[in-house]
Each structure stands twice: as structure tokens, then as C-alpha cells.
Ligand binder design. Structure first.
Ligand SMILES: NC(=O)c1ccc[n+]([C@@H]2O[C@H](COP(=O)([O-])OP(=O)(O)OC[C@H]3O[C@@H](n4cnc5c(N)ncnc54)[C@H](O)[C@@H]3O)[C@@H](O)[C@H]2O)c1
Length: 256
């Protein structure tokens, strides 16, 4: 039984890491399309600024401050969203932390935090949201992967390991949940101009200057967060109901 609950109000979206970069752009995009958006971020003031921007533009949004690595925070955040906006129909698993370090430099604390946010956090939030989607007979889950998980990236084995796991999780959940009207897809960004990318550029963390990296791409520039938001919005849409388990690169052709 995959009948969408078309009589209900607008589908509610929850975007993690909504306060900056691609999460911000995706929150703004979904709100402009009429979805009420739960703007979840560990950084209250960043998420609140996005919520205000949405409300000032005539949309509906709610700030939820949470660390997705904490199951306690996740439960609290979902209670807020369900109580104030409604059940989550669209989940954009965007929040993640970057990590740079050679294999021999990765310590247990980094391992725990990066796996804890990028993999366990993404998994735990998905786990908490799926029963409600099954009840509604409709759901959209969009996971943010990373080009490095496809191509490899020096000094990023820990980070890309979490993103590779997110890709595998996307595929398995797609085949598990399709019969419930839930699609699960992943967007794999290339080099996108966000605070995360700027931290790496400013910290001189790439082996060559970033201009040299992007000059080698078929589309020789950094990507824009809004270009990733477009891909997320497509996967979140009613129109994408027969698209599941897919990995869409938004990378200027850097990986095909
Ligand atoms: N920027 C890139 O070039 C790039 C490339 C490939 C993949 N990605 C992925 O795209 C996604 C978005 O990246 P971005 O560049 O916009 O990141 P960003 O660092 O610019 O923004 C991430 C947001 O997530 C929030 N956040 C971090 N940890 C959190 C936690 N534990 N709980 C809740 N919120 C948390 C931050 O406060 C921030 O507002 C991430 O999954 C990232 O791994 C980014």
C-alpha cells in the first residue's frame, strides 16, 4: 500500500545542518517551494538566522538546536518538529563534520566524533523518522555523501569512510523501504563553496592550491550550495516518486 496521504497539509521537511552551506540553501529552497522546514543545527544562532529568513520571505520554519550525534537531542528535536510543524515527511541528512589527517594521525577522539556525527547520527535520525513515514505511507530521505567517497581523497580516509557508509546505507534502505512509499537517495557534492570548504582552503589542507584543483574540472569552478539544493529538492519532490537508491553527483563533472 503506497498511497500517499494527499489529504494532509504540506509535507514537513527536516534539514540537518540547516544553519550554513548546503543545509541553509536546501532549507531556503524547500521553504520557497511551500514546505514547512525544521531547521536543525548544533549552532542555534546559525539555524535561527535561516528560520528568520524563511519566515520573513513568507514561509514556515522552526529552529531546532540539536547535535545529531546525541540520541537524546534527536528525540527532543523530533518532538519539537512533530508538535509545532507536524510529522516529518522529508528528511535531508546534511549535517556532517569534516576531517583531514593521514591514516597514522587519526586518533580515537576524531574517530568517535566523525563516525558519531556523520554515520551514527545520520543513521539514528533516519531510524527515528522512518516509522512515522511508514505510518504516512510516504517519505523522502536524502543523504549528503561526498565525491571523495567515490574517487578517494588524500588525508580524508576517516571522513570518506563515513560517506561511503552513507552511500551503502542509502542503497540498502532504498530497497528496504520502497514498498512503503519511501524513497532514499543520495546527493554527492563535489567541491562546493561553503564554510566547510572555506575552512579547508584557509587551513591550506589540500595538496595543491584549490584554484588548481577546480581548473581541472570539466566545469572549472567551485559549486554553489544552491546547485546542491536543487538536487535535494528534486529527490524530495512528489515527482521523484519512482527514483530511489540513486547517487547524484553535483560536482562539475569531476567524477562521472
Ligand atoms: N563543502 C564541500 O565541498 C563538500 C563536499 C562534499 C560533501 N560535503 C557534504 O555536504 C554536506 C554539507 O556540507 P557543507 O559544506 O554545507 O558544511 P558546513 O560545515 O558549511 O555546514 C554544516 C552545518 O552543519 C552543522 N553541524 C555540524 N555538526 C553538526 C551536528 N553534530 N549536529 C547538527 N548540526 C551540525 C554546522 O553547525 C553547520 O551549520 C555535509 O554532509 C558535507 O560532508 C561537502
Amino acid at each position: 500500500m503506497n498511497t500517499p496521504n494527499v489529504t494532509a497539509g504540506p509535507r514537513v521537511a527536516l534539514v540537518t545542518g540547516a544553519g550554513a552551506g548546503m543545509g541553509r540553501a536546501t532549507s531556503l529552497r524547500l521553504a520557497s517551494l511551500g514546505y514547512p522546514v525544521g531547521c536543525l543545527d548544533i549552532d542555534y544562532s546559525a539555524a535561527e538566522a535561516v528560520t528568520r529568513e524563511i519566515i520573513e520571505a513568507g514561509g514556515t520554519a522552526l529552529t531546532v538546536t540539536a547535535d545529531i550525534a546525541s540520541k537524546f537531542d534527536i528525540e527532543w528535536a523530533l518532538d519539537q518538529v512533530r508538535g509545532k510543524l507536524g510529522p516529518v515527511a522529508i528528511l535531508i541528512n546534511n549535517a556532517a563534520v569534516e576531517h583531514f589527517g593521514r591514516i597514522d594521525e587519526i586518533d580515537d577522539a576524531s574517530w568517535d566524533r566523525v563516525i558519531g556525527v556523520n554515520l551514527k547520527g545520520t543513521f539514528a535520525l533516519t531510524q527515528a523518522v522512518v516509522p512515522g513515514m511508514i505510518g504516512q505511507g510516504w517519505g523522502r530521505i536524502v543523504n549528503l555523501a561526498a565525491i571523495g567517497a567515490q574517487t578517494g581523497a588524500p588525508d580524508m580516509s576517516l571522513y570518506t569512510a563515513t560517506k561511503g557508509a552513507v552511500i551503502a546505507m542509502t542503497r540498502s534502505l532504498a530497497v528496504e523501504l520502497g514498498r512503503h512509499g519511501i524513497t532514499v537517495n543520495a546527493v554527492s557534492p563535489g567541491f562546493i563553496d561553503t564554510p566547510m570548504a572555506r575552512r579547508a582552503i584557509d587551513g591550506d589542507l589540500f595538496p595543491v592550491p584549490y584554484e588548481q584543483i577546480v581548473a581541472g574540472y570539466p566545469i572549472p569552478r567551485l559549486g554553489r550550495p544552491e546547485e546542491v539544493a536543487s538536487a535535494c529538492a528534486f529527490f524530495a519532490s512528489e515527482d521523484a516518486g519512482y527514483v530511489t537508491g540513486q547517487l547524484l553527483g553535483v560536482n562539475g563533472g569531476a567524477a562521472v
